[in-house]
Design a protein. Structure first.
Length: 223
Protein backbone atom coordinates (compact mmCIF):
# COMPACT_ATOMS: atom_id res chain seq x y z
CA UNK A 1 0.00 0.00 0.00
CA UNK A 2 1.50 3.34 -1.04
CA UNK A 3 2.06 6.11 1.50
CA UNK A 4 0.91 9.70 1.35
CA UNK A 5 -1.94 11.92 2.42
CA UNK A 6 -5.27 10.12 2.06
CA UNK A 7 -7.43 11.96 -0.44
CA UNK A 8 -11.18 11.55 -0.99
CA UNK A 9 -12.51 12.67 -4.36
CA UNK A 10 -16.12 13.78 -4.94
CA UNK A 11 -17.35 13.43 -8.52
CA UNK A 12 -20.52 13.65 -10.59
CA UNK A 13 -19.42 13.43 -14.20
CA UNK A 14 -16.88 12.31 -16.75
CA UNK A 15 -14.00 12.22 -14.31
CA UNK A 16 -11.17 13.62 -16.38
CA UNK A 17 -9.84 15.49 -13.35
CA UNK A 18 -10.00 12.30 -11.33
CA UNK A 19 -8.03 10.59 -14.08
CA UNK A 20 -5.39 13.34 -14.00
CA UNK A 21 -5.14 13.08 -10.23
CA UNK A 22 -4.85 9.28 -10.39
CA UNK A 23 -2.05 9.61 -12.94
CA UNK A 24 -0.22 12.09 -10.72
CA UNK A 25 -0.74 9.95 -7.62
CA UNK A 26 0.76 6.97 -9.45
CA UNK A 27 3.96 8.87 -10.20
CA UNK A 28 6.93 8.36 -7.87
CA UNK A 29 7.14 10.76 -4.95
CA UNK A 30 3.62 12.19 -5.27
CA UNK A 31 2.60 12.99 -1.68
CA UNK A 32 -1.00 11.72 -1.87
CA UNK A 33 -2.97 8.58 -2.53
CA UNK A 34 -6.63 8.40 -3.45
CA UNK A 35 -8.36 6.51 -0.67
CA UNK A 36 -11.98 6.83 -1.79
CA UNK A 37 -14.10 8.19 -4.64
CA UNK A 38 -17.70 9.20 -3.94
CA UNK A 39 -20.21 9.98 -6.66
CA UNK A 40 -23.74 11.31 -6.28
CA UNK A 41 -24.59 9.81 -9.68
CA UNK A 42 -24.58 6.16 -10.70
CA UNK A 43 -23.88 7.03 -14.32
CA UNK A 44 -20.77 9.12 -13.64
CA UNK A 45 -17.92 8.13 -15.97
CA UNK A 46 -15.62 8.83 -13.04
CA UNK A 47 -16.80 5.56 -11.45
CA UNK A 48 -15.38 3.58 -14.39
CA UNK A 49 -12.08 5.39 -14.00
CA UNK A 50 -11.98 4.50 -10.30
CA UNK A 51 -12.81 0.86 -11.09
CA UNK A 52 -10.11 0.66 -13.76
CA UNK A 53 -7.58 2.11 -11.32
CA UNK A 54 -8.66 -0.20 -8.48
CA UNK A 55 -9.73 2.70 -6.26
CA UNK A 56 -12.63 2.13 -3.83
CA UNK A 57 -15.69 4.01 -5.05
CA UNK A 58 -19.19 4.48 -3.71
CA UNK A 59 -22.38 6.02 -4.98
CA UNK A 60 -24.22 8.10 -2.40
CA UNK A 61 -27.28 9.47 -4.20
CA UNK A 62 -29.62 12.09 -2.82
CA UNK A 63 -32.60 9.77 -3.36
CA UNK A 64 -31.36 7.51 -0.55
CA UNK A 65 -31.87 10.35 1.91
CA UNK A 66 -35.35 11.50 0.95
CA UNK A 67 -33.72 14.29 -1.09
CA UNK A 68 -32.34 15.80 2.12
CA UNK A 69 -29.00 17.32 1.03
CA UNK A 70 -27.80 17.82 4.60
CA UNK A 71 -28.43 14.16 5.50
CA UNK A 72 -26.62 13.01 2.37
CA UNK A 73 -23.67 15.29 3.09
CA UNK A 74 -23.42 13.98 6.66
CA UNK A 75 -23.36 10.42 5.33
CA UNK A 76 -20.57 11.41 2.95
CA UNK A 77 -18.68 13.08 5.77
CA UNK A 78 -18.92 9.95 7.89
CA UNK A 79 -17.83 7.71 5.02
CA UNK A 80 -14.83 9.92 4.26
CA UNK A 81 -13.84 9.96 7.93
CA UNK A 82 -14.13 6.19 8.10
CA UNK A 83 -11.76 5.96 5.14
CA UNK A 84 -9.28 8.16 7.00
CA UNK A 85 -9.51 10.92 4.41
CA UNK A 86 -7.46 13.99 5.26
CA UNK A 87 -8.05 16.04 2.11
CA UNK A 88 -11.26 16.18 0.04
CA UNK A 89 -11.10 17.15 -3.63
CA UNK A 90 -14.29 18.16 -5.47
CA UNK A 91 -13.43 17.18 -9.04
CA UNK A 92 -16.56 18.02 -10.98
CA UNK A 93 -18.95 17.49 -8.09
CA UNK A 94 -22.19 19.16 -9.15
CA UNK A 95 -23.83 19.96 -5.80
CA UNK A 96 -23.18 22.76 -3.33
CA UNK A 97 -21.94 21.15 -0.13
CA UNK A 98 -23.69 21.97 3.12
CA UNK A 99 -21.90 24.18 5.62
CA UNK A 100 -21.78 21.30 8.08
CA UNK A 101 -19.84 19.19 5.59
CA UNK A 102 -17.48 22.07 4.79
CA UNK A 103 -16.85 22.71 8.49
CA UNK A 104 -15.95 19.03 9.01
CA UNK A 105 -12.80 19.41 6.87
CA UNK A 106 -11.51 22.92 7.64
CA UNK A 107 -9.03 24.22 5.04
CA UNK A 108 -9.03 20.71 3.62
CA UNK A 109 -11.55 20.76 0.77
CA UNK A 110 -10.34 21.75 -2.70
CA UNK A 111 -12.65 22.60 -5.57
CA UNK A 112 -11.88 23.11 -9.25
CA UNK A 113 -13.95 25.65 -11.15
CA UNK A 114 -13.77 26.37 -14.89
CA UNK A 115 -13.19 30.14 -14.73
CA UNK A 116 -10.73 32.60 -13.30
CA UNK A 117 -12.54 33.32 -10.04
CA UNK A 118 -14.00 35.61 -8.82
CA UNK A 119 -15.27 35.97 -12.40
CA UNK A 120 -18.16 33.67 -13.30
CA UNK A 121 -18.46 31.93 -9.95
CA UNK A 122 -21.58 30.62 -8.32
CA UNK A 123 -23.03 28.57 -11.15
CA UNK A 124 -22.69 25.53 -13.35
CA UNK A 125 -22.34 27.46 -16.62
CA UNK A 126 -19.11 29.38 -16.12
CA UNK A 127 -17.75 28.57 -19.59
CA UNK A 128 -20.90 29.75 -21.36
CA UNK A 129 -21.04 32.86 -19.14
CA UNK A 130 -17.44 33.77 -19.98
CA UNK A 131 -18.14 33.44 -23.72
CA UNK A 132 -21.38 35.41 -23.43
CA UNK A 133 -19.52 38.15 -21.58
CA UNK A 134 -16.88 38.30 -24.31
CA UNK A 135 -13.82 37.83 -22.13
CA UNK A 136 -10.52 37.36 -23.97
CA UNK A 137 -8.94 35.23 -21.26
CA UNK A 138 -10.59 32.59 -19.13
CA UNK A 139 -9.14 29.62 -17.28
CA UNK A 140 -9.53 27.54 -14.18
CA UNK A 141 -9.23 28.01 -10.45
CA UNK A 142 -8.50 25.59 -7.63
CA UNK A 143 -9.65 27.04 -4.33
CA UNK A 144 -10.34 26.03 -0.75
CA UNK A 145 -14.03 25.67 0.01
CA UNK A 146 -15.36 27.43 3.08
CA UNK A 147 -18.73 27.52 4.82
CA UNK A 148 -20.99 30.39 3.88
CA UNK A 149 -19.54 31.29 0.47
CA UNK A 150 -19.80 29.62 -2.91
CA UNK A 151 -16.78 29.90 -5.21
CA UNK A 152 -15.32 32.60 -2.97
CA UNK A 153 -12.74 30.67 -0.97
CA UNK A 154 -8.99 31.28 -0.91
CA UNK A 155 -7.36 30.65 -4.30
CA UNK A 156 -4.50 28.15 -4.49
CA UNK A 157 -3.80 27.78 -8.23
CA UNK A 158 -5.11 29.53 -11.32
CA UNK A 159 -4.22 28.82 -14.93
CA UNK A 160 -5.22 31.10 -17.79
CA UNK A 161 -6.67 30.03 -21.14
CA UNK A 162 -6.97 32.48 -24.07
CA UNK A 163 -10.40 32.67 -25.65
CA UNK A 164 -10.34 32.28 -29.44
CA UNK A 165 -12.58 34.19 -31.85
CA UNK A 166 -14.23 30.99 -33.07
CA UNK A 167 -14.64 29.32 -29.66
CA UNK A 168 -17.86 27.63 -28.72
CA UNK A 169 -18.48 26.27 -25.18
CA UNK A 170 -17.22 22.78 -26.07
CA UNK A 171 -13.93 23.98 -27.56
CA UNK A 172 -13.20 26.41 -24.73
CA UNK A 173 -14.27 23.90 -22.08
CA UNK A 174 -11.86 21.32 -23.48
CA UNK A 175 -8.89 23.73 -23.37
CA UNK A 176 -9.85 24.76 -19.82
CA UNK A 177 -10.03 21.08 -18.89
CA UNK A 178 -6.46 20.59 -20.11
CA UNK A 179 -5.32 23.26 -17.66
CA UNK A 180 -7.40 21.75 -14.86
CA UNK A 181 -5.52 18.48 -15.35
CA UNK A 182 -2.37 20.39 -14.38
CA UNK A 183 -3.88 22.67 -11.74
CA UNK A 184 -5.65 20.01 -9.66
CA UNK A 185 -2.63 17.73 -9.10
CA UNK A 186 -0.51 20.83 -8.48
CA UNK A 187 -2.87 22.11 -5.78
CA UNK A 188 -3.10 18.67 -4.18
CA UNK A 189 0.69 18.42 -4.14
CA UNK A 190 1.04 21.86 -2.52
CA UNK A 191 -1.56 21.01 0.12
CA UNK A 192 -0.04 17.62 0.89
CA UNK A 193 3.46 19.07 1.14
CA UNK A 194 2.16 21.57 3.71
CA UNK A 195 3.14 24.50 1.50
CA UNK A 196 -0.15 26.40 1.65
CA UNK A 197 0.03 29.33 4.06
CA UNK A 198 -3.13 31.32 4.58
CA UNK A 199 -2.99 35.03 5.35
CA UNK A 200 -6.68 35.83 5.67
CA UNK A 201 -8.12 34.90 2.33
CA UNK A 202 -4.76 35.15 0.55
CA UNK A 203 -2.82 31.93 0.06
CA UNK A 204 0.96 32.12 -0.01
CA UNK A 205 2.85 29.16 -1.42
CA UNK A 206 5.89 28.19 0.63
CA UNK A 207 9.04 27.03 -1.10
CA UNK A 208 9.52 23.26 -1.35
CA UNK A 209 11.54 21.70 1.47
CA UNK A 210 15.23 22.32 0.91
CA UNK A 211 14.72 25.02 -1.75
CA UNK A 212 16.85 28.14 -1.46
CA UNK A 213 15.18 30.29 -4.13
CA UNK A 214 11.96 32.22 -3.56
CA UNK A 215 8.88 30.27 -4.72
CA UNK A 216 7.45 31.22 -8.12
CA UNK A 217 4.57 33.66 -7.99
CA UNK A 218 1.19 32.44 -9.15
CA UNK A 219 1.57 34.66 -12.22
CA UNK A 220 4.40 32.37 -13.41
CA UNK A 221 1.92 29.51 -13.76
CA UNK A 222 -0.30 31.45 -16.15
CA UNK A 223 0.06 30.18 -19.67
C1 LIG B 1 -14.59 20.62 -14.62
O1 LIG B 1 -14.58 21.50 -15.71
C2 LIG B 1 -14.66 21.38 -13.32
O2 LIG B 1 -14.10 22.65 -13.40
C3 LIG B 1 -16.14 21.50 -13.09
O3 LIG B 1 -16.68 20.29 -13.57
C4 LIG B 1 -15.84 19.76 -14.59
C5 LIG B 1 -15.56 18.32 -14.25
O4 LIG B 1 -14.96 17.65 -15.31
N1 LIG B 1 -16.41 21.77 -11.70
P1 LIG B 1 -14.49 16.13 -15.11
O5 LIG B 1 -15.67 15.33 -14.60
O6 LIG B 1 -13.35 16.12 -14.15
O7 LIG B 1 -14.07 15.68 -16.49
Amino acid sequence: MSAGVRVGVLVSGRGSNLEALCAAAASPGFPARIALVISNRRDAGALEIAARRGIPAEVIPLGHFGHDERARDLAMRDRLRLAGVQLVVCAGYNRILSDEFLAAFPDAILNVHPSLLPAFGGGMHAVEAALDHGVKISGCTVQLLEPGITDGGPIIVQRAVPVHEDDDPERLRERIHEQEWVAVPEAVRLWCEGRIRREGRVVRIAAPPGATDAPPSQADSLT
